[in-house]
Design a protein around this ligand. Structure first.
Ligand code: LMR
Length: 397
């Protein structure tokens, strides 16, 4: 039975963690996975999370099953964060939110639901996109293609190409979009460009599926949510997968949610009933702890203020590492202009390094990056910055 099973390749991102762990070099640096580390290179436990955890331990509640669509207080807090406390779509009962097992399962629940609802649709992801987008939608049974996105020559968006690519899709196709801090490029659309994208989606009757894994890392919670709110106000049916892995530094708790903006409250309830069927057959109902932590922080004003402060500090530190990296590479006498790294947003930089150069980084310098050239700027600190800049200058010379 199992003798014919082929060995699957390592995951392009999480597989790097395995290789990194096995590397004995003491000065190795992991710029692969999208994980924020503090100025000392440690994975932070945010003050708000620690405090929420202590309160929860103090209350020591038993753990029954959560509802299939998750903790109600959590789902409500997610809606306010994404759509705004006073959002018309929320007041009208048009948004369905289901707690999920990280952002990945939010995407998968949405994908499984869409496959049942629109079986003939195809899915378009950005070129390039997060490595797992293709796998998730393919595993739901979709054919997955790409629309143009990144322009390597300008280190920006090939916006005309993107619009043409979207216009070429079939009516009813699903379009996966990064709401902010595009993974892997770090290059986002501006507000006017988003408005044009929405118009094309409307004209072509395409279905937007927003991935929001980095809310707060671009312009802050409110600024980054502006894109979600534009879509919510567009009148289109909109899917939003969000994650608190990064913004709460709760990677292993797997805390995310899927929200769907529907036409009216009746449609919302029907969609909810179908999402619950998908979830029930997948993992039955979500885990308690992470959602309790996030909802405690979001629903307790003083903890929320602490969280916003910590999130702002993470955002600022990443920006300063971007500036530091550009300055150090230049200090190595590299005549090329790396200033695009400062303009990129979020945890990642599409460094422009090719797979061969990334391999040299690993082999010769113990620096791990994704083979696409994506580096996690959020893992840089004053102690490793110089080594990373030296290595990048060396392999790209
Ligand atoms: C990443 O892109 O590195 C993160 O989203 C982690 C993951 O699951 O791939």
């Amino acid at each position: 039975l199992l003798s014919s099973v082929a060995l699957a390749p390592r995951d392009p991102i999480l597989g790097l963690n395995e290789a990194f762990a096995a590397d004995p070099r003491p000065d190795k640096v992991n710029l692969g996975v999208g994980v924020y580390r503090d100025a000392q290179g440690r994975l932070p436990l945010l003050r708000s999370v620690r405090e929420a955890e202590q309160r929860l331990v103090g209350e020591a509640q038993p753990r029954g099953y959560l509802p299939i669509d998750g903790l109600a207080a959590y789902d409500k807090a997610v809606q306010a964060l994404l759509f705004g406390e006073q959002a018309a779509v929320l007041a009208a009962g048009r948004v369905v939110t289901a707690q999920s097992v990280g952002g990945t399962s939010a995407l998968k629940i949405g994908a499984d639901f869409l496959k049942r609802t629109l079986p003939a649709a195809r899915v378009a992801i950005s070129d390039p996109s997060w490595e797992n987008h293709r796998a998730i939608f393919e595993s739901a049974g979709f054919e997955v293609g790409v629309y143009p996105y990144y322009d390597a020559a300008t280190h920006g968006v090939n916006f005309a190409g993107m619009l043409d690519g979207l216009r070429a899709l079939h009516v009813g196709d699903i379009v996966v979009l990064h709401a902010c801090c595009h993974n892997p490029t770090g290059v986002d659309l501006d507000g006017a460009q988003w408005a044009q994208v929405i118009e094309v989606l409307r004209e072509r009757e395409l279905v937007p599926f927003l991935d929001m894994a980095y809310q707060g890392f671009g312009e802050g919670n409110e600024g980054d949510a502006a894109v979600v709110r534009m879509f919510a106000d567009s009148g289109l049916a909109v899917f939003v997968a969000n994650s608190f892995s990064k913004s709460f530094s709760l990677y292993g708790e797997r805390v995310g949610a899927l929200s769907v903006v529907t036409a009216d409250a009746d449609e919302a309830e029907r969609v909810r009933s179908q999402l619950k069927r998908v979830i029930r057959a997948d993992y039955s109902n979500p885990p308690t702890h992470g959602a309790m932590l996030v909802s405690t922080v979001l629903n307790t004003p003083e903890l929320r203020a602490l969280w916003e402060e910590d999130l702002g500090d993470m955002r600022d530190r990443i920006r300063s590492m971007r500036r530091g990296l550009v300055a150090r590479i230049a200090a190595h006498g590299d005549p090329r202009d790396f200033s695009f790294i400062v303009r990129q947003r979020g945890m990642f930089s599409y460094s422009g390094l090719n797979a061969e150069q990334v391999e040299r980084l690993r082999e010769e310098f113990g620096i791990y990056a994704v083979s696409s050239g994506r580096i996690c700027v959020a893992a840089l600190n004053d102690a490793n910055l110089d080594a990373v800049a030296t290595a990048i200058a060396a392999v790209s010379a």
